[in-house]
Design a protein around this ligand. Structure first.
Ligand SMILES: Cc1cc2nc3c(=O)[nH]c(=O)nc-3n(C[C@H](O)[C@H](O)[C@H](O)COP(=O)(O)OP(=O)(O)OC[C@H]3O[C@@H](n4cnc5c(N)ncnc54)[C@H](O)[C@@H]3O)c2cc1C
Length: 377
C-alpha cells in the first residue's frame, strides 16, 4: 500500500543543502530485527548512531529517515555552535532560575568540545559570538557567573560594530560557526550503523515498529528504539510535550559591511546572523510572528521574509544586495518553552523519545547521544 512520506509543497532548499549527497532509492529490503532502531537522521539520530558505533561491542543499529537525508531543523538551521548568549540566558534565568541556566551552559560547552574532539578536521568558523543587546549590571553579573562556572573567561564585555553603530557588547570567544550538512555527512561516513532513507515510522511501541516506504509496509522488532524526530514527535505520540516552532532564514548576495564578522545576536537571541561566503545569513522573527510560526509546515512566509529584509538593512546597509535564499526549518520546544527540560522521555521499557532541543541542538545533541551510548554499553 502507498504511504505519503511528506505532505509538503515544493521543497525550498537551505543554503547548506546544496551539499546534500546524491539521493538514493529507499531500500528494497529492511531487517526483521535490530538491536537498536533510531528514527530520524537529524543531529540527534546521527550522533547517537555515531557513538553507538564506537562502543567496543556495537549493537546492530538501523537509522530510518523519511526524507532523502534529513528534513526538519538540522540541515536548515543557522549552524551556530554555541554555548549561549547573555541576553537570552538572563531571560531564561528569570523564568527557570540561574542554576538551570548554568547547567545548560555547561552541557552546551561539553557539546562543543565533543564536536571539536570527534571531528578535529572539520572546518569551523572560529569567530566567536557577539550579543548586541544592552549591557546592564545584570548582564555583567551573569558574565561573571558563567565564567566562574566554566573555570575560565569565555565571556567578556568589549565594544563591537553593528552597521554604523559602535557599542558595548558581550563577546563569547568559545562559539563558532559550522556547516551543518558537512557535519551531518561526517557523522554518517564510516559508521557501522545502517541508514535507510525514504522510510517513515508509522507506529512504535513494545518492541515493534511499523515502517513504510512509498510502496510497502514492514514490521520490525527491536530491543531498544530511540525516536529522534524532534518537532514531529506529536505526529507519532499525541501525549508528546514537544511543540513545534518554525524558524525562517535568509541568505543575501555577497555584501560589504563594517559590522563585525562574528556570530551575532539581537533581540534576546530571537534574531541571529553570521557571515557565510561573504554573504549575510540572518534568521529570526519568531517573537513577532509567534502564532503563525507555531507550525510544522516547512515553508517560509512573505511576512517573515520582509521582517528579515528590514533587519538586514540595519546590519549591512540597504544597497547592493538582494535575498538569494529563504527557507524555514522546524524546532521542537518541550512545553513550548526555550528551557523546557530534558528531551529524553521513555514511553515503555524499550522505547524512548529524544526530542525537543529548541534552538540549541547543534551543541546539545552530541551530549545526550554520548550519555545514551554509555548507558547501553
Ligand atoms: C531556523 C533554525 C535555526 C536554528 N539555528 C540553530 C543554531 O544556530 N544552533 C543550534 O544549536 N541550533 C539551532 N537550531 C536548532 C537545531 O537545528 C535543532 O535543535 C537540531 O537540529 C535538532 O536536531 P534533531 O535531530 O533533534 O531534529 P531534526 O533535525 O528536526 O531531525 C528530525 C528528523 O526526523 C525525521 N522524521 C520525522 N518524523 C519521522 C518519521 N515518522 N519517520 C522517519 N523520520 C521522521 C525528519 O525528517 C527529520 O530529519 C535551529 C533551528 C532552526 C529551525
Amino acid at each position: 500500500m502507498g504511504v505519503v512520506l511528506h505532505t509538503r509543497a515544493m521543497r525550498r532548499y537551505s543554503y547548506w543543502e546544496s551539499e546534500l549527497p546524491p539521493e538514493v532509492p529507499p531500500p528494497s529490503e529492511l531487517p526483521a530485527r535490530v538491536d537498536v532502531l533510531i528514527v530520524g537522521a537529524g543531529f540527534m539520530g546521527r550522533w547517537l548512531a555515531w557513538f553507538l558505533s564506537k562502543l567496543s561491542n556495537p549493537p546492530r543499529t538501523l537509522v530510518i529517515e523519511r526524507d532523502r537525508f534529513s528534513y526538519g531543523a538540522s540541515t536548515r538551521n543557522a549552524g551556530f555552535l554555541t554555548c549561549g548568549q547573555a541576553s537570552e540566558m538572563l531571560a531564561d534565568a528569570a523564568e527557570v532560575g540561574i542554576d538551570r541556566v548554568l547547567e545548560t551552559f555547561l552541557l552546551r560547552r561539553k557539546g562543543i568540545a565533543l564536536v571539536r574532539g570527534e571531528f578535529p578536521g572539520l572546518e569551523l568558523d572560529e569567530c566567536g559570538s557577539t550579543d548586541y543587546d544592552e549591557v546592564t549590571q545584570q548582564t555583567r553579573e551573569l558574565v561573571t557567573a558563567l565564567n566562574r562556572a566554566a573555570g575560565e573567561e569565555v565571556y567578556s564585555v568589549r565594544t563591537a560594530q553593528l552597521g554604523d553603530d559602535v557599542r558595548p557588547v558581550v563577546f563569547n570567544r568559545a562559539d563558532a560557526g559550522v556547516h551543518p550538512v558537512r557535519l551531518l555527512r561526517a557523522l554518517q561516513d564510516g559508521v557501522a550503523a545502517e541508514y535507510a532513507f525514504g522510510v517513515k515510522l508509522l507506529r512504535i511501541g513494545d518492541g515493534t515498529a511499523t515502517l513504510a516506504t512509498a510502496s510497502t509496509q514492514h514490521e520490525l522488532r527491536y530491543s531498544r528504539a530511540f525516536v529522534c524526530v524532534n518537532a514531529f514527535a506529536g505526529e507519532l505520540d499525541a501525549s508528546s510535550p514537544v511543540q513545534p516552532g518554525r524558524g525562517q532564514v535568509i541568505v543575501t548576495s555577497p555584501v560589504q559591511t563594517q559590522t563585525d564578522q562574528t556570530l551575532g545576536y539581537l533581540n534576546h537571541g530571537y534574531d541571529y546572523f553570521r557571515f557565510v561566503d561573504g554573504r549575510l545569513l540572518l534568521g529570526g522573527g519568531r517573537h513577532i510572528f509567534r502564532a503563525a510560526e507555531s507550525t510544522r509546515e516547512l515553508e517560509g512566509t512573505p511576512a517573515v521574509r520582509d521582517y528579515l529584509q528590514q533587519l538586514a538593512q540595519s546590519i549591512v546597509g540597504n544597497s547592493h544586495w538582494q535575498i538569494d535564499h529563504h527557507w524555514a526549518g522546524i524546532m521542537g520546544f518541550i512545553g513550548g518553552s526555550h528551557l523546557g527540560g530534558s528531551p529524553r522521555r521513555s514511553v515503555d521499557a524499550s522505547t524512548e523519545y529524544v526530542a525537543g532541543f529548541g534552538g540549541m541542538g547543534v551543541a546539545l545533541a552530541p551530549v545526550y547521544a554520548q550519555q545514551i551510548a554509555q548507558e547501553l554499553k
